[in-house]
Structures are given as C-alpha cells and as structure tokens.
Ligand binder design. Structure first.
Ligand SMILES: Cc1cc2nc3c(=O)[nH]c(=O)nc-3n(C[C@H](O)[C@H](O)[C@H](O)COP(=O)(O)OP(=O)(O)OC[C@H]3O[C@@H](n4cnc5c(N)ncnc54)[C@H](O)[C@@H]3O)c2cc1C
Length: 218
C-alpha cells in the first residue's frame, strides 16, 4: 500500500465501498490505460464537464488545448476541478432489471489546475501527453513551432486527492431471482484499435509502433 493520504472526506466512496481503491499504483494503472478524461469545473455558477485527453507524469496529470477555450481560459485562474477517467469493461446482465450493472475501473481526482508557464516544462508536458496516448509518436512527428506553442495552453493537475472504484465479476441477483428463466452474465467490452488506414498523401510504410498499438498492459 502506498502512503498517500487517501481517502479524504471528499473522496471516500459511499455506495458499494468495497469497490473503492485508494492505492496510488492501482490508480496509476487505470490512468495509464486510458487517455480520455472529463474535466468538471464551475464558471459563474454553471457546471461544465468537458471531455479531453491527458497525459500522466508521476503524480501530475497534464491537459492541453487551445489557449482560447473556455476550459483552458478559466482553469488557469486556479479554480477547483474534478477530473474523472472511466474504463468500461463489460455490461453486467442480471436476472432483475434492478441488479443490472457494469464492470468498470474509474478514477476521480479533485484538485486545482495551474498553468504551465515554464517553456521547458511546457514542451515536456506536451511530450508526456503525446507519449501517453501513442508512444514513439512525438519523435516521429514534426515538433511544435513557436506559433503553435503560443496557441496551446498546458495545465498541470496534481494527483493528490483521488479515489478509484472498480467493479468486476458476474451479476449479483437477489437469491429468489436465480431461478428466473433469462440469460444472465457479462458481455465484455473493450476499446480496440482497428487496421490503420493510410492517408492517401502518405507514402511511408506503417511503422512497427503503430502496427502494435494497444492500450492493454500500458
Ligand atoms: C461505467 C459506470 C456506470 C455507473 N452507473 C451507475 C448508475 O447507473 N447509477 C449509479 O448510481 N451509479 C453508477 N455508477 C457509480 C457512480 O460512479 C458512483 O460511484 C455512485 O453514484 C455512488 O457514488 P457515492 O454516492 O458513493 O459517492 P459520491 O458521494 O457521489 O462521491 C464521493 C466520492 O467518492 C468517490 N467516487 C464516487 N464514485 C466514484 C467512481 N465511480 N470512481 C471513483 N471514485 C468515485 C469520489 O472521490 C467522490 O468524490 C457507475 C460508475 C461507472 C464507472
């Protein structure tokens, strides 16, 4: 077990607490398999929850985007955020409608985002983001120029106050329902890459790092 201070009163899972995970390594595994998060924040009393990509470096999550976007413009003012990440692993079909569920691994991070203004950290963060989503792609692409860097904001979110919740296994029905004559079990779901589709203006052969692309075991 890691020595992180979690859960805090704000990140303690209430419902189905046996599914809660507060271990940093287990949380990092979920964060590393996924690369999409939802960032929740409030501006003028209105909550917004914006899907976006991220990268992880140690105990920091980096998100980036157009310097002109509402999310980036507001979050660099140091307002509180809630970041969630979800991996959906299956549909859990119970006998009763009530006990249907899903198998999943999800993470909730609470914190405050800060703008990365040091040019060296900004480039490093952009590389982290790129490598988190697709290892080897950064070095195989043209690097960002001054104009592109200026148009891009990068935010740093500390992974300090967090929780994960994990559901695995078969449906859990009420005992009398086990004789109900319907199919019950789990339909596994996973995100898989398809065959790469070469751009018609690209003449290069498919590199190995793209042929072998997978999120599993990252
Ligand atoms: C794919 C998927 C489908 C779901 N479907 C449903 C549904 O249909 N109905 C439903 O009620 N719930 C559903 N959940 C569970 C839901 O995310 C919450 O866990 C649930 O609402 C209970 O929250 P709570 O009242 O215990 O905690 P809250 O009081 O809402 O949260 C307290 C703290 O617990 C932690 N926490 C709560 N939920 C999660 C989580 N999922 N992952 C990580 N940390 C968490 C957070 O740190 C949060 O700040 C689903 C979850 C996933 C991932």
């Amino acid at each position: 077990m890691s020595s992180n201070p979690n859960p805090t009163p704000r990140t303690r899972v209430v419902r189905e607490p046996q599914r809660a995970v507060y271990d940093r390594d287990a949380v990092n595994q979920i964060l590393d398999e996924a690369f999409l998060c939802h960032v929740g924040f409030v501006v003028d009393g209105q909550p917004y929850v914006i899907p976006t990509s991220y990268g992880r470096a140690g105990n920091v999550l980096y998100i980036h985007g157009s310097a002109a976007s509402r999310m980036l413009r507001n979050l660099d003012q140091g307002i509180p955020v809630c970041v969630t990440v979800t991996l959906l692993d299956g549909l859990v079909l119970a006998r009763s409608v009530f006990n249907h569920s899903m198998n999943y691994r999800s993470v909730v991070i609470l914190g405050t985002a800060t703008l990365v203004d040091d040019p060296q950290e900004k480039i490093t963060a952009l590389r982290v983001l790129s490598e988190h989503i697709l290892p080897h792609r950064w070095d195989d692409s043209r690097q960002p120029n001054e104009k592109e860097l200026k148009a891009t904001s990068v935010l740093r979110i500390p992974i300090e106050e967090f929780s994960a919740k994990v559901r695995v296994g078969p449906p859990i029905d009420d005992e009398p329902d086990y004789t109900y004559p319907t199919w019950a079990g789990v339909i596994p779901l996973e995100m898989r890459s398809g065959a790469p589709n070469r751009d018609e203006r690209c003449s290069r052969e498919l590199p190995e790092y793209l042929r072998d692309y997978s999120r599993k075991g990252k």
